[in-house]
Ligand binder design. Structure first.
Ligand code: AHG
Ligand code: MN
Ligand code: MN
Ligand code: MN
Length: 336
């Protein structure tokens, strides 16, 4: 049995070294951790508590919402609105920003989240997750607006994800490396089990939804074809492929054993006027922060994701992330 470092202890000890820390941030992270424990419990009970299946609604991006997309969004709001640390929240499942109700004090942080990532997996009992990012509100005391959220990924104060897999894990960065915690269901605490997670620079494993291959652009076509050509091709090595359809699970695999994950721009998206599949503020930026902190790379194909200046709340971008040398190779293919 564990008598290890709890996530709360870990955050408090880390924050001791931050000049001017008031405890606000530690307390905010605690509320996020609580939300993820509640979601973990819901996901674990699945059909027993009637949470599977679709709702009769669509989100702002035109996706049919699952019941759990809506329920987990509620959990995040209820856990995080009351304590006075946040000025506003934004989520994949809400059309506009969520202002903190007047009965609660307003704080200095902004929270963005994807409450249930990989939600197409939920009904088939495959891994799902939650992704979040914390920003500091810049400027005046006025009511927060969408513009306050349009900060580059490099401005993030912290980012993390919870993975609801065979065990529930929380992986976190505050810009000081990446640490992983496993939920001990018996005591209800996340315990530090994966200190200092790093991504191997080289890999022979890639993840992409190959059903879109006819729509890909030439650099991605070339990269994947070279992987498929294996030992006989220009890479001179055999590659393996995975696709879980949950970005959290893919990123977690990459943090554990290396690899590349791609959801690139393609001609089908372009013809619909979409900039990519994944959302910059809820998915691409937090995952890029984690991946870079673990020594990996994260690009759109042509640019570093965290340098992008967001233009709108629900903006979508292409994402190519993982083992540094592979990501650099793909970046190179985009400029050839
Ligand atoms: P979400 O469930 O939050 O809408 O995100 C799903 C995303 C991402 O997690 C995953 O990598 C990808 O969509 C799956 O896409 P396909 O449906 O093309 O497999
Ligand atoms: Mn969705
Ligand atoms: Mn998602
Ligand atoms: Mn989602």
């Amino acid at each position: 049995m564990h008598n290890g470092t709890t996530i709360t202890q870990f955050i408090i000890e880390e924050q001791r070294h931050v000049a001017g820390a008031t405890g606000d941030f530690t307390s905010l992270l605690n509320d996020i951790v609580t939300a993820c424990k509640v979601i973990s419990n819901m996901v674990n009970h699945g059909a027993l508590v009637g949470v599977l299946g679709s709702a009769e609604s669509e989100n702002v991006q035109g996706e049919t919402q699952k019941k759990l997309d809506i329920l987990t969004n509620e959990v995040f709001i209820k856990s995080n609105e009351w304590a006075g640390h946040l000025a506003a929240m934004a989520s994949e499942e809400m059309d506009t920003i969520y202002d903190i109700p007047a009965k609660y004090p307003r704080g200095k942080y902004l929270l963005t989240f994807d409450p249930l990532d990989g939600s197409s997996n939920i009904d088939v009992n495959v891994s799902v997750g939650t992704i979040f990012s914390i920003l500091r509100i810049q400027g005046g005391d006025g009511a927060p607006t969408e513009r306050d959220f349009l900060q580059a990924g490099t401005q993030q104060v912290a980012a993390g994800y919870a993975l609801y897999g065979p065990s529930t894990m929380m992986v976190l960065t505050t810009g000081n490396g990446v640490n992983g915690f496993t939920l001990d269901q018996n005591i209800g605490e996340f315990i530090l089990t994966h200190p200092n997670m790093t991504i191997p620079a080289d890999t022979r494993e890639f993840a992409i939804n190959a059903s879109n291959s006819r729509f890909w652009e030439p650099p991605v076509q070339r990269y994947v074809q070279e992987c498929l050509d294996g030992k006989e091709g220009p890479r001179g090595e055999d590659f393996n492929m995975r696709w879980i359809a949950s970005m959290v699970a893919e990123v977690h695999r990459i943090l554990t054993r290396g690899g590349v994950f791609m959801y690139p721009i393609d001609s089908k998206m372009k013809s619909k006027g979409q900039g990519g599949k994944l959302r910059l503020l809820y998915e691409a930026n937090p995952m890029s922060f984690i991946v870079e902190q673990a020594g990996g790379g994260s690009i759109t194909g042509t640019e570093r994701i965290m340098d992008l200046q967001p233009e709108s709340l629900h903006q979508r971008v292409p994402v190519i992330l993982g083992s540094k040398n592979e990501v650099e190779r793909i970046l190179g293919y985009h400029s050839d």
